[in-house]
Write a protein that binds this ligand. Sequence first.
Ligand SMILES: Cc1ncc(COP(=O)(O)O)c(C=O)c1O
Length: 368
Amino acid sequence: MIPINKPAIGEEEKNAVLRVLESLQLTDSSFEGGKFVKEFEKLFAEYVGTKHAIAVNSGTSAILAALMALDLREGCETLVPGFTFASTATTSLFLKANVKFVDIELETYSISVKDLAKKFSKNSKVVLPVHLYGHPAPLDEIIEESEKHCVFVVEDAAQSLGSKYRGKMTGGFGIMGCFSLYGTKIVTCGEGGVVTTNDDILAEKLRMIRSHGQVKGYDSKVLGLNLRMPQMEAAIGIEQLRKIDSFIKARRKNAMFYNEEFGKLKGVRLPVEKNYAETNWSIYTVYVERKRNEIVQYLRERGVGATVYYPTPLNKMDVFIKHVQLESLPNCEEAAEHVLSLPVYPTLTEEERNYVVKVFKEAIRTFL
Ligand SMILES: Cc1ncc(COP(=O)(O)O)c(C=O)c1O
């Protein structure tokens, strides 16, 4: 099977893990995070172009910590696109806040600013635009609308490390940006996450939240959890981050090859890159007019790990039925029925790439 994604791990990452093991510093509960975490955070902040980067143990923890730092609580409301990974929204529920789903634009799968503008209420506190598949959401418009309503913007940048909006890295536009370093992400250390911010007070709060609210040790000042990134993961992250430009370049090359090959296929809409966007191509997603599930099955039976991100929009997901006042989100529902993603990872060989193209074209000829 050609998987949907494959981490690009080399000798550098393996040696980094050994260095941590030999140092015997596997974890560090200090406010600063320890040797490897500190170095990783420095590199990450430099890369994204923010003053601070706070490493945590997952993208979900990054979002949860960001919302906790903003004191999100019962009675507050967050605005979340209805077509994303569940934890963009479930994190608000843990804090007993209400979630309101917003529809998306079908061209980019980003939150619809038009629908967002209609959904603000006096309880709205945070909007979480998602840079889905790596394509930046329209940040200027989102920020402008949110400012009108005094609502914070927290970017869900889980999939968009290295993607740029008008030439500047995503994750540096909102009050905070939340990244994931999960195994399928563009830079991975197995599990991990990062919150970026330019705000000194929030950065300090985030460092407390990730380690039991402590500053000097055993002095919990605010409500916190254990969201710490282990040193071994930080050491892997350092090596991965050093290679990110080559990862993105290889992904772009694969994506452009697919775009070229699939350009003339009827019934298939290719991913776009708007004029304000430079995407990291973390996920290559096409829209097929009919028979999406049959096409995915055809590909998988022939060894191409086509995957659907995501088959269920949030307004149809069981976990939200009890908690969220659900209404229809036509574009989210349509996307969930028609999209599929193909392998675009950096170590994909030319032979594998050609095979994906061949099987996908066959599938389209068979079903459309
Ligand atoms: C858009 C989005 N938000 C949040 C997350 C959560 O990240 P993690 O799996 O690292 O908790 C992910 C990744 O799975 C994601 O893709």
